[in-house]
Write a protein that binds this ligand. Structure first.
Ligand SMILES: [Zn+2]
Ligand SMILES: [Zn+2]
Length: 436
C-alpha cells in the first residue's frame, strides 16, 4: 500500500470538521462552484485535452487547464493522462489498472491509486506533454495547485470555506471521477461494441458533465463530444463550444458519421476482445450437446424428406406405367401388430414414414381406385422399399377386400393326400378311431 492513503483518509476525515467550523452559505456556494469548475478541469483538462487531445488550445490556456485540473488533487496531468491512455489500451483486460471485471469494484473505484506500482508515471506514454517544461514543473509539484486553492478558500470564508468549500467539493469530485472508472464499467447501456465493459449512464453523465457517456467515449476516444446525440447531455462539450466561440479553444474533434450510425469498422483488438468476451459467456458442454442434437435431428429430417420424395417419385412412375398401381396398398401409419416394432406415429404426415406392410390400403396415393378391376395381389411397384425384416413387400389393390384367415389350413397350407394317407396309417390315431 502506498503511504498516500493517509492524506486521502485525512481529507475524508477533515470533512467532519464542519461540525466545529460550521457550514456557512458562502462556504456552500464555494463548494458548489468549485465542484463544477474543477469538474470542468477534470473532464476538459485531464481527460479530453491531456489524455485524448480532443481539441487544440494555446499554451497559456493549456497551463491554466492543467493548474485547474491539478487543483482537484488528482495528481499531475502527466500521471493522469499516462494512466488513462493505459486504461484505453488495455480496457478491462488483466493489464488494465482499474477494471471492475478483474479486480473488483472497490479496487477499481479507489483501491488501485494506493498501490506503489501505480505511482510511477510512464513518460513515454505522454511524451507529447512531457516536452512542455511548465507541465513538468507542475508534475514535480503536483499538489501545489490544490494547496493554493485551499489557501484561497480559507482566506475568503475562513475555516468553513476550507472544510466545506474545499474539502467537501474535493471529496465529492474524487468519487464522481472514480465512478467513471468503476460504475461506468458496470451499470448502464452499451450502444457500441468496444470489447470492454464501458457503458452509457445518464445519471453519471449529469454529475460528471458528460463523462457518463463512457461507452460512446470508448467507441470514439478522440471526440471532444461524448454525448453523441442531442438528448445526451454533455455540459463539458457545451462549455468547450462556448470557449471556441471566444477563440480560446479550436479544432474540436467530433465523431464521424459512421460512428454515429454505428457502422464504423472495428479494430482487430476490439474484435478479438469482443470474441473472447462472447466465447467466455458460453458453456462448451452445452454447445457440444446442442450441436450433437441438431445434427441428429437434421439427419432424421433429411432421411424422412428423402424417403418421402422417393415414395412420391415411385408413385408417379408407377402411375404412368400401369393404372393398377393406383390401387397399391401400403400400411397406414400408426397401426401396430403384436410382435412387430411399433410404427412411427406422426399425426398428419403420410405413411411413407411408416414401415410398408403387405395388404394395407395406400393412404396417400392421389388417384382413387376403380371398382371394376378386381385382380389378385400384385407385387408392389415400390419393392425397392423393404419390409421390417428386409423382405420385399407385396400389396393388394385397395378395392379388393382384405383376405381373412378362415381355418388353420389357410395358415399352414392344405395337407397333401399322401400326408393324409400316412396320418391314417398312424397307430395311435387308428386306435383312437376304433375305440370311439
Ligand atoms: Zn473506461
Ligand atoms: Zn478516455
Amino acid at each position: 500500500m502506498y503511504p498516500q492513503v493517509l492524506p486521502f483518509v485525512l481529507i475524508h476525515a477533515g470533512c467532519l470538521a464542519a461540525i466545529w467550523s460550521g457550514v456557512s452559505w458562502q462556504a456552500v456556494a464555494i463548494c458548489v462552484a468549485l465542484y463544477w469548475l474543477r469538474m470542468f478541469g477534470i473532464t476538459a483538462g485531464y481527460h479530453r485535452y491531456f489524455s485524448h487531445r480532443a481539441y487544440a488550445t494555446s499554451r497559456a490556456f493549456q497551463f491554466i487547464l492543467a493548474f485547474l485540473a491539478q487543483s482537484s488533487a488528482q495528481k499531475s496531468v502527466l500521471w493522469w493522462a499516462a494512466k488513462h491512455r493505459h486504461h484505453h489500451l488495455h480496457s478491462d483486460t488483466a493489464q488494465d489498472v482499474h477494471s471492475p471485471r478483474h479486480k473488483g469494484f472497490v479496487y477499481s473505484h479507489l483501491g488501485w491509486i494506493f498501490y506503489r506500482q501505480h505511482d510511477a508515471t510512464d513518460l513515454v506514454k505522454v511524451s507529447d506533454l512531457a516536452s512542455y517544461p511548465e507541465l513538468m514543473w507542475l508534475h514535480r509539484l503536483e499538489l501545489l495547485p490544490a494547496v493554493v486553492l485551499a489557501g484561497l478558500c480559507f482566506l475568503i470564508a475562513g475555516w468553513s470555506g476550507l472544510v466545506v468549500g474545499f474539502m467537501w467539493s474535493t471529496v465529492v469530485l474524487y468519487h464522481a471521477t472514480f465512478c467513471i472508472n468503476s460504475l461506468a464499467h458496470v451499470h448502464g447501456r452499451r450502444r457500441y461494441v468496444t470489447g470492454d465493459d464501458s457503458r452509457n449512464n445518464w445519471l453519471l453523465a449529469l454529475l460528471t458533465m458528460g463523462e457518463g457517456w463512457h461507452n460512446n467515449h470508448h467507441a470514439y476516444q478522440a471526440s471532444a463530444r461524448q454525448g453523441f446525440y442531442w438528448y445526451e447531455v454533455d455540459l463539458t462539450y457545451y462549455a468547450l463550444v462556448a470557449l471556441s466561440w471566444l477563440g480560446i479553444v479550436w479544432d474540436l474533434k467530433l465523431p464521424p458519421r459512421q460512428v454515429l450510425r454505428n457502422e464504423h469498422r472495428l479494430g482487430s483488438r476490439v474484435v478479438k476482445q469482443a470474441a473472447e468476451q462472447l466465447a467466455a459467456r458460453f458453456d462448451p458442454e452445452h454447445i457440444a450437446l446442442a450441436i450433437r442434437t441438431s445434427i441428429h435431428e437434421t439427419e432424421l429430417s433429411v432421411r424422412d424428406a428423402l424417403s418421402l420424395l422417393q415414395h412420391r417419385a415411385d408413385l408417379r412412375q408407377s402411375a404412368t406405367r400401369s393404372p393398377a398401381a393406383s390401387r397399391i396398398a401400403w400400411r397406414k401409419p400408426g397401426r401396430s401388430r403384436p410382435g412387430w416394432p411399433a410404427p412411427i406415429k406422426r399425426p398428419g404426415s403420410p405413411h411413407p414414414f411408416a414401415e410398408p406392410r403387405e395388404g394395407a390400403a395406400c393412404a396417400s396415393f392421389p388417384s382413387p381406385p376403380s371398382k371394376s378391376s378386381k385382380k389378385g395381389p400384385k407385387p408392389c411397384p415400390f419393392r425397392s422399399r423393404t419390409g421390417t425384416r428386409g423382405r420385399p413387400v407385396f400389396c393388394r389393390p385397395r378395392s379388393q377386400p382384405r383376405r381373412r384367415r378362415k381355418n388353420t389350413f389357410s395358415r399352414i397350407g392344405r395337407p397333401s393326400k399322401r400326408w393324409l394317407a400316412t396320418l391314417s396309417r398312424w397307430e395311435p390315431l387308428r386306435t383312437a378311431r376304433s375305440s370311439s
